[in-house]
Design a protein. Structure first.
Length: 116
């Protein structure tokens, strides 16, 4: 089965990237302490993109006291700023459910972190 092109919605000004496109771009955002992207770590809880090109990224940090939160938020903006039709990105930090690498990280990350 051939790879399907990602869904791209269109505005009068041009196409708008989908939530999946935004999530894929977030794989460029690396947690500096662990050296692993935030998507694979399970830190991204969801992405929404409206028709006006505003994206909301619901994510958490490895701990509520993580001093690198502002840096990660800046990386989210940098990773998504050139996606087609995305005009604004809002990072919504959430703490519920609390991040747990045993259940939220990808299998590859669990193996890398020695959690199996």
């Amino acid at each position: 089965m051939a790879d399907e092109a990602p869904e791209v919605r269109s505005l009068a000004e041009g196409p708008v990237a989908s939530a999946d496109d935004v999530q894929d771009a977030l794989r460029e955002v690396i947690d500096p302490e662990l050296g692993i992207d935030v998507v694979s770590l399970g830190l991204v809880y969801g992405v929404e993109v409206d028709d006006a090109g505003s994206a909301t990224v619901r994510m958490t940090l490895t701990t509520p006291y993580c001093p690198l939160g502002p840096m990660l938020e800046s990386q989210v903006h940098a990773a998504t700023q050139f996606l087609p039709g995305i005009k604004d990105v809002r990072v919504d930090l959430v703490w519920d459910p609390p991040w747990d690498p045993h259940t939220m990280a990808s299998d590859e990350v669990k193996l890398e972190l020695g959690l199996f």
